[in-house]
Design a protein around this ligand. Sequence first.
Ligand code: DC
Length: 231
Amino acid sequence: MTPAQDIIVAIDGFASCGKSSLAKSLARALNYRHIDTGAMYRAVTWYFLENHVEWRHQAKREDALDRISITFQNHNQLNHTLLNGVDVETVIRSAAVNQEVSEISVFGDVREKVVALQRVMGKDKRIVMEGRDIGTVVFPDAELKIFLTASLEVRTDRRYQELILKGVLTTREEVQENLLKRDYIDSHREISPLRKAQDAWEIDNSELTILDQQALIVKRIREVWGMAEHV
Ligand code: DC
């Protein structure tokens, strides 16, 4: 289905609460683009680590930011993140990036660069964009804002299973510690902290499948924004 009116769907929430899985699936159902903004902060982090940028040093950080371009490419319906034209989709999910990404995402210059790109990507609407500040800062006028939550236990399990399947050696405790650390930094930073937009629809998906969540959201979109005539 495609909504009759072009809209922006903003999905925000804490780490590992299923934003990407939902956003991917919803974008496919709506025939919209999916933008994973966390991947953009991860790409910046990967660049800093790979190039030994002293990112706490403002001038060095800003100089490095000027040398970064981030784009997305669609392969078999999946978005791959390109950093200066190179596919970094796998490496940006590494433990090294997980450790640093939240600390790097607090800087105003980093956010300014990434948010400007996001606004260009959403200028014609027809996107499902997920992150931490999409409904509050990037697109405060987004038609539909969703604030996704899930219990800490469920989030830890999901992330742990994901890492084990990828062959990463870790423990549940380690995974939970990283989630809590990122959530704390993401929601306490000065610029664009993670918080629920006043007009966001909160969905706790601890006990919902992706299809359950999608059905709820598509129903709302049909009711409010209708469907295009050709569908
Ligand atoms: O969604 P994710 O876990 O891949 O995001 C990684 C980090 O990027 C997250 O811990 C904080 C940062 N981030 C952000 O500051 N703002 C966003 N809109 C998306 C992610």
